[in-house]
Design a binder for this molecule. Sequence first.
Ligand SMILES: [Zn+2]
Length: 76
Amino acid sequence: MPLYEYRCSSCGAQFEQLRRMQDAGAPVTCPKCQAPGAERLLSTISSHSGASAGQAESPCGAPGGACGSGRCPYQG
Ligand SMILES: [Zn+2]
């Protein structure tokens, strides 16, 4: 099960919940103030995906793998 991050719009608390993917968009109750409707944060899902080519950040910080084109605007 993926881990999702939520933030309570009432008290501002952030918390994590393990949920099934089909439940990810369902309302969440804040564990702190019990307010319903905490919003999901787009987060940390792809922390370990170095496998997909073209999407990875270049070592120099150039977006979209521009560094690999041989004309890196960020270096040299
Ligand atoms: Zn709250």
